[in-house]
Design a protein around this ligand. Structure first.
Ligand code: 5GP
Length: 210
């Protein structure tokens, strides 16, 4: 049976370019399953239900909470966001590494429930660059952008709860580093207890007769 996959959380300020990093890592490597979240926010131009998000009404979302269908959920700038449980569990059980692109409160809840989750924080190189990217993508009005920047100023205090910090300056480099971080994580001793036990058993033959 395959080892269970690694659960990876990628968080970062709105405008850090996480979405682009996710698209690229899924495109460049065949290793990962990307969880699609449920949200009550409105779709942006070009977003499709079931591709970027499962777009839900507040009532539908609250039903998912009541029926324990979410691993975690959080409110972010006036909307609900949450991670559907079934897909993540089934991928992990099949040995696939699963990436959740979620904000910090949700990340902390997952870490509490599943302490072996790998937490990666992605940020642009500076606050000014963050604002430039948010304004430049033109998907939010100025009020929403300001609310998101204010939120970033709160989120910055969670950065040191993460395992890795990735500066998204050069997209190619950032995607490559994220992939390398995840692959190295597979070699961590605590994730290889089965193999260690195998070696302990396997080496016993050499102690016979001593
Ligand atoms: P956006 O509206 O820009 O797509 O996402 C806003 C924030 O919600 C981002 O920081 C994103 O990572 C986060 N987010 C997306 N899906 C989830 C989720 O399922 N759970 C939590 N806690 N945050 C999420």
């Amino acid at each position: 049976m395959a080892d269970r996959g690694i659960l990876i959380i990628v968080s970062g300020f709105s405008g850090a370019g996480k979405g682009t990093v996710m698209k690229r890592i899924m495109n460049d490597y065949n290793n990962y399953a990307l969880s699609i979240s449920a949200t009550t926010r409105n779709p942006r131009a070009g977003e499709e239900n079931g591709r970027e998000y499962f777009f839900k009404t507040v009532e539908e979302f609250e039903n998912m909470i009541a029926n324990d269908q979410l691993i975690e959920y959080a409110q972010y700038v006036g909307n609900y966001y949450g991670t559907p449980k079934e897909y993540v569990e089934s991928m992990l059980n099949q040995g696939k590494d699963v990436i959740l692109e979620i904000e910090m409160q949700g990340a902390m809840k997952v870490k509490e429930k599943m302490p072996d989750t790998l937490l990666v924080f992605v940020t642009p190189p500076s606050a000014q660059e963050l604002k430039n990217r948010l304004v430049g993508r033109g998907t939010e009005d100025m009020d929403t952008i300001n609310a998101r920047l204010k939120r970033a100023n709160e989120e910055v205090y969670y950065m040191d709860k993460y395992d890795y910090l990735l500066i998204n300056d050069d997209l190619d480099q950032c995607v490559k580093e994220l992939h390398e971080i995840i692959q190295s994580e597979h070699s961590r001793v605590s994730r290889n207890i089965n193999k260690i036990n195998f070696f302990r058993e396997d080496l016993k033959i050499f102690s016979e007769g001593e």
